[in-house]
Design a protein around this ligand. Structure first.
Ligand code: C2E
Ligand code: CA
Ligand code: CA
Ligand code: CA
Length: 277
């Protein structure tokens, strides 16, 4: 770093303060975002890789800010996690997703569940279990129709209280999937301690298939081991036919990605459900 001249340092400092400034603006705008109705959800289908039937949807939050325009979730979610706002945002997402799922099921009775991303910050709140169970009951859904997506990192931060919360939710009937699997360096054996149903293989591994031999071997190993331990497998970020064919050849269960469908608005989701029904 010392070799960079004075100008480079200045450039770096400027960029840094810009980032801090941008972050503060996001934080400020987030405060009124729920009340101003700036959040909404998109839904991305998950499908059976063999039959191409839609089995479920993943709910993904979107933020159209009046001050900042569209802000991507990977930009604002870490900020909302840091300042605790993710709890309220997460509750809003959970309720919207349940409400939408009721409508989706009216069109396609074979839909098994709706997948909802849960931040580790939400899990740590003592009201979390009660809050989501209340919402599920309010919409006459069964907890088994809700799949909670938690990241591998959360599960790795092993603590008795993480496990207790997961067990409590499992006893109520909720399902769990491990998101971004392969990025957190946990072992499969370790995962069997947790009440997990599904492993979602991270897009970064799917990206290189079927040409990059390292990724091919990693995905193969994850799929084979997951299945032998009784987990279902979802491959995320499938963009090319060749990737889908490769995953079919491994007997991977489910897929998700732009090849099949991008995340859709509520209305577009109803439309594709009507078409594919
Ligand atoms: P994720 O949970 O791994 O979600 C998958 C992301 O990959 C989504 O990005 C989705 O739009 C994108 N994706 C799906 N298929 C493809 C594909 O074929 N190609 C490419 N290039 N991308 C694909 P998105 O919606 O921008 O979300 C980014 C991340 O933000 C999510 O990653 C998740 O970690 C977080 N997130 C989104 N919604 C929520 C939410 O409601 N709550 C929480 N806690 N986190 C959320
Ligand atoms: Ca996810
Ligand atoms: Ca993921
Ligand atoms: Ca991801």
């Amino acid at each position: 770093a010392k070799k960079l001249g004075k100008n480079n340092y200045q450039f770096y400092d400027e960029k840094l303060s810009l980032d801090v400034h941008a972050q503060l603006k996001i934080e400020q705008s987030l405060k009124s975002a729920i009340l101003d109705n700036e959040f909404y959800l998109n839904y991305q289908p998950q499908y059976n890789i063999k039959t191409k039937e839609v089995t479920s949807f993943e709910a993904l939050v979107r933020w159209q800010s009046k001050e900042l325009g569209y802000v991507r979730p990977d930009k604002f979610i870490p900020i909302a996690e840091d300042n605790g706002m993710i709890y309220e945002i997460g509750k809003f997402v959970f309720e919207q997703a349940c409400e939408a799922f009721v409508e989706f099921k009216k069109i396609n009775k074979n839909l098994k569940y709706i997948a909802i991303n849960i931040s580790s910050v939400q899990f740590k709140d003592k009201n979390f279990v009660n809050d989501i169970f209340y919402i599920v009951c309010k919409y006459n859904l069964k907890p088994s129709e809700i799949e909670l997506e938690v990241t591998e990192r959360y599960v790795m931060e092993y603590s008795q209280s993480n496990l207790n919360t997961m067990d409590e939710l499992r006893d109520l009937g909720f399902r769990f999937s491990i998101d971004d699997f392969g990025t957190g360096y946990s072992s499969m054996g370790y995962l069997t301690k947790f009440p997990i149903d599904i492993i979602k293989v991270d897009k970064s591994f799917i990206d290189g298939t079927p040409n990059d031999n390292n990724n091919v071997q990693i995905v193969k190993a994850i799929v084979v081991l997951s299945k032998s331990l009784g987990f279902s497998v979802v491959a995320e970020g499938i963009e090319y036919k060749e990737q889908e064919e490769f995953l079919q050849s491994l007997n991977c269960d489910f897929g998700q990605g732009y090849l099949f469908s991008k995340p859709l608005s509520f209305d577009d989701t109803l439309t594709i459900l009507e078409k594919k029904n």
